[in-house]
Design a binder for this molecule. Structure first.
Ligand code: FE
Length: 214
C-alpha cells in the first residue's frame, strides 16, 4: 500500500482532488453530506442529472409555444397561469411552481435575465446556456438590452418597448415569441421545430429560414 492509497477522505492530502474546480469540490462535498445524512441517495441524484441531460430541454418549451400559437384558449390559460397550463407538457408533469410566460407583441419585446445568479426555467428549457450565467449578460441585460440584443444579432424596432424580467428563485420567466409570418397552415410539430431556445429567453426573434421543417 502506498502513502497515496492510505490517504482517507478526512486527510489533508488534497493532491488527488486538486484537479477538480472549487465548485466541483463544493458540489461533491454537499452531495456527500446529503447522502451521509440520508436526505438523498446517489442514485436519486444520478436520475436527476440524467433527466436534465436526456429528457428535459428546450423542446418542452417549444411544444408549449407551438400550442399557444395554434390554440387561443391554451394561450390565454398559459398567460394566466403558466405553471398550471404547461404542466401536461412537463417531464413527469413537473413544471416550476411559479412559471410566468410573457408574450412578445409588435409593441413589446420581452427578455429574461437573472441579475443575481442564474435562475432559469429549467423545467421547460433544460440547462441554461453558459452566456445566461455570465456576468456580462447578467449585468448588461437590464442596463442596455438593445446593445445586448444586437450582439445576439437581434434588432428590435425602436418603437418596440423592451421589457426585461429579472428571475428569482421563486418566479421563473419564459418568453412566448411572436409567431413568424409565413407559417400559416403549419402543423404544431412544424411550428415547434422552428422555436429556438434563445427565442424563449428573448435573445432571438423567430423567422422562417429556408425550408419548412419536416
Ligand atoms: Fe438566479
Amino acid at each position: 500500500m502506498t502513502a497515496h492509497d492510505a490517504h482517507d477522505h478526512h486527510g489533508h492530502d488534497h493532491e488527488e482532488a486538486s484537479e477538480l474546480s472549487e465548485t466541483e469540490l463544493r458540489v461533491r462535498a454537499i452531495q456527500t453530506i446529503l447522502v451521509e445524512k440520508g436526505y438523498t441517495d446517489a442514485a436519486a441524484v444520478d436520475a436527476i442529472v440524467e433527466a436534465y441531460e436526456t429528457k428535459i430541454g428546450p423542446h418542452i418549451g417549444a411544444r408549449i409555444v407551438a400550442r399557444a400559437w395554434t390554440d387561443p384558449e391554451f394561450r390565454q390559460a398559459l398567460l394566466t397561469d403558466a405553471s398550471k397550463a404547461a404542466a401536461p407538457f412537463g417531464y413527469q408533469g413537473k413544471i416550476g411552481d411559479h412559471l410566468v410566460v410573457v408574450e412578445n407583441t409588435p409593441k413589446r419585446h420581452n427578455m429574461v435575465v437573472c441579475t443575481l445568479c442564474s435562475c432559469y426555467p429549467w423545467d421547460v428549457l433544460g440547462l441554461p446556456p453558459v452566456w445566461y450565467k455570465s456576468f456580462a449578460y447578467r449585468s448588461r441585460a437590464v442596463k442596455e438590452p438593445r446593445a445586448v440584443l444586437a450582439e445576439f444579432g437581434v434588432t428590435v424596432p425602436s418603437d418596440t418597448a423592451i421589457h426585461v424580467w429579472d428571475s428569482t428563485a421563486e418566479v421563473r420567466y419564459m418568453v412566448l415569441p411572436e409567431r413568424p409570418s409565413g407559417t400559416e397552415g403549419w402543423t404544431e410539430e412544424q411550428l415547434a421545430a422552428l422555436v429556438t431556445r434563445d427565442s424563449m429567453v428573448g435573445t432571438d426573434v423567430l423567422r422562417v429560414r429556408g425550408n419548412i421543417p419536416a
